[in-house]
Design a protein around this ligand. Structure first.
Ligand SMILES: NC(=O)c1ccc[n+]([C@@H]2O[C@H](COP(=O)([O-])OP(=O)(O)OC[C@H]3O[C@@H](n4cnc5c(N)ncnc54)[C@H](O)[C@@H]3O)[C@@H](O)[C@H]2O)c1
Length: 390
């Protein structure tokens, strides 16, 4: 079986997720399209780099990503660093002929996102794959939603209502990690989580062409965090800790128009107490509706207008073996998959794309399209006008 030497850069939260997924992929998907080999892991923090070599089972570790990009034995690179490093690493890796899976958002600036999309298109000519890690569109229940839409089961889409609500940053004592610094993250909630629901909305209903938005920053300064790893609100710093300003958004609200003529609304915040990973999408069509909530990710609710008046309403479909990649995970609907299996499906799609030399559905071009919507949302929050996605 073909082997694929992996170099993973950034050994934090996503470094763990990608490592687990590469290890689990052949356990679910057998025969695997290729066998991942854990060659080198890189983290700028030497302690994390050394520890994660042991922990995730890599043969070697390094603290400079260029060692991975320049290693002729490495076939594919996973980029799991904060957003400001994505473009430099991805473009260098693609130029070196490595297949690249890069975490979202694609980049921290529009210029960097454009350069990455161009590098992805260039690399494509040589059969080199570029992929953005928008994994949520691969939730089996959302793949099922897409199937209903494509089959015409809910008619023409009129409205898409999407939210991504979390609460991990609602506490002002939650530290000023890289996610609250524009120079590193590029944006706050907008790039971090609104980008996911923009991708899901475009996956289901096609491209967004215009937006009008309001953006708020509720907590304007936070306690300074020394370490580079984002603690996602799990650690609180005391009231006496030194504070520094936040220069990114906490909450984004926007109306959208789709190319198809459909309209919609998107809300994203990391400051909604009681909401954890509350990604919801409700799609209203001329002949029915669909509803999904990631906190119940193995379920899709469907309602069809053709049902008799006295029994029309949402019914719940539990995803399982009959659904997207369900035959390889667990045998019975209701046994359920979670985030780990979802990242494993993503890695399978990445490795399959490499072997089949076919760009995945979340190529850098798609990541760039999401970035363009984010840029229009940011523009509209200052002009208070509808802004065209360009
Ligand atoms: N797809 C998803 O669901 C999802 C979820 C969380 C994060 N993300 C994305 O993944 C990326 C990483 O986020 P995270 O939560 O894992 O962050 P993290 O803070 O947990 O980890 C980042 C790691 O990268 C290391 N690092 C920083 N600069 C580096 C460099 N130049 N070279 C090598 N290592 C470097 C840090 O030391 C740290 O260990 C971000 O782009 C983020 O938006 C995606």
């Amino acid at each position: 079986m073909r082997k694929l030497n992996i170099g993973l850069i950034g050994a934090g939260f996503m470094g763990k997720a990608h490592s687990v997924a590469f290890a689990n992929m052949p356990k679910f998907f057998w025969p695997a399209p290729a066998m991942p080999v854990f060659k080198t892991i890189c983290d700028i923090n030497p302690r994390i780099a050394e520890e994660s070599k042991e922990r995730f089972g890599f043969a070697e570790y390094c603290t400079d990503w260029k060692e991975i990009v320049n290693d002729p034995d490495i076939d594919a690179v996973s980029i799991c660093t904060p957003n400001n490093c994505h473009a430099e690493i991805a473009i260098a890796a693609l130029k070196a002929g490595k297949h690249v899976l890069c975490e979202k958002p694609i980049a921290h600036t529009s210029e960097a996102a454009k350069a990455m999309a161009e590098a992805g298109e260039e690399a494509k000519k040589d059969g080199v794959i570029s992929m953005c890690a928008y994994q949520y569109r691969r939730v089996p229940a959302l793949e099922l939603a897409k199937k209903f839409i494509d089959e015409g089961s809910i008619g023409r889409i009129q409205n898409v209502r999407a939210t991504y609500l979390q609460c991990w940053s609602a506490d002002p004592s939650s530290p000023l990690s890289w996610r609250f610094k524009k120079g590193i993250a590029g944006a706050g909630t907008l790039g971090d989580i609104a980008s996911h629901v923009i991708d899901i909305s475009q996956f289901l209903a096609g491209d967004i062409t215009e937006v009008v938005s309001t953006i708020k920053t509720y907590i304007e300064e936070r306690p300074v965090q020394e370490d580079g790893v984002d603690l996602l609100g799990t650690v609180k710093l005391g009231a006496d800790a030194k504070k520094a300003p936040v220069d990114v958004d906490d909450e984004d609200l926007f109306l959208v128009k789709f190319k198809s003529g459909a309209v919609g609304s998107i809300e994203a915040t990391r400051n909604a107490w009681g909401r954890n990973n509350f990604i919801t999408v409700e799609v209203h069509g001329t002949e029915g509706s669909l509803y999904f909530n990631y906190e119940r990710l193995n379920e899709l609710q469907v309602c069809f207008s053709k049902d008799a008046d006295d029994r029309r309403g949402f019914k719940t479909i539990y995803t399982g073996p009959a659904h997207f990649h369900g035959e390889v995970t667990w045998n019975i609907p209701g046994m359920n998959i979670g985030y780990g299996e979802l990242k494993t499906i993503e890695i399978y799609e990445f490795v399959k794309a490499i072997v089949e030399e076919k760009q995945p559905s979340t190529s850098f071009a798609v990541g760039y399209q999401v970035d363009k919507v984010c840029a229009a949302v940011a523009r509209s929050s200052t002009t208070s006008q509808w802004e065209v996605v360009k």
